[in-house]
Design a protein around this ligand. Structure first.
Ligand SMILES: *Cc1c(COP(=O)(O)O)cnc(C)c1O
Length: 231
């Protein structure tokens, strides 16, 4: 019941942000970020219509979602947390998409592991806009090189970009972070027009309305949907 109410409020806020910015609600996907939350809560979110889930850690995702994926094969599960090399093999076989592709060596690793796939693995390149996280490519030049690398692996397919805005109350700074992701996406789209840059994964519980106003197509919501995380 708590999740149903929370989702209702989130949907209203998404709708209002769409109205403010003249956007169509149908162009924005809502991901439920279920890290540290139980299988029962995930099931509840599923019952309320959430079909896309995000997890930060490979092992936790495998434990919680192995039975769940068998019961609900239509689910889409993305990795949104930093991926270590030694977990890449499991990640490639378990996730439907990886949003946190943040360095060249990881692209090579994922490209090698996906060489034999029938369907390529969808990935997002992570762009660094926040101060406190160190993950993500730092500028357009790095992203150009990363894109060329992705294009050399047939098992990988680009879908767009992801970022985490700085953790701050300063909405000007948050908005600037999201705008910089859009600028970088536009640069990439003119340099690599044949690639799919349609996904802009930006916006979390604290800042998803700003993200929608700035063009987000995928918001990643944990706390506002599931409540606080307890370790
Ligand atoms: C945890 C996490 C989220 C969700 O954060 P909330 O503030 O709880 O909505 C979104 N994106 C990433 C990359 C995360 O690690």
């Amino acid at each position: 019941m708590a999740i149903r109410d929370a989702l209702g409020r989130i949907q209203e806020r998404i709708q209002e942000a769409c109205i403010r910015s003249g956007r169509n609600r149908a162009t924005i996907q809502l991901m439920g970020v279920s890290k540290f939350h139980s299988s029962a809560e995930i099931e509840e979110a599923w019952q309320e219509g959430i079909r896309l889930f995000g997890e930060s850690r490979v092992q936790e995702a495998v434990e919680k979602f192995t039975p769940f994926k068998q019961q609900h094969p239509e689910i889409a599960l993305h990795l949104i947390g930093s991926l270590q090399r030694n977990k890449a093999k499991t990640a490639v076989s378990f996730f439907d998409g990886i949003q946190s592709v943040d360095r060249d060596e990881l692209i090579s690793e994922l490209g090698t592991l996906t060489a034999q796939r029938d369907r390529p693995l969808g990935i997002l390149l992570e762009f660094h806009t926040g101060e406190e996280t160190k993950s993500g490519f730092l500028d357009t030049e790095q992203l150009y090189r990363a894109t060329e690398k992705v294009l050399s692996y047939p098992g990988l397919v680009l879908r767009g970009l992801m970022t985490m805005a700085p953790y701050t109350d300063d909405t000007t700074q948050i908005r600037a972070a999201f705008r910089s992701l859009v600028v970088v996406r536009d640069n990439l789209a003119s340099r690599f027009p044949a690639c799919d840059w349609s996904c802009l994964s930006m916006g979390m519980s604290q800042d998803f309305e700003i993200a929608i106003e700035e063009g987000s197509t995928l918001i990643r919501i944990g706390t506002a949907l599931f409540g606080e995380r307890y370790l």
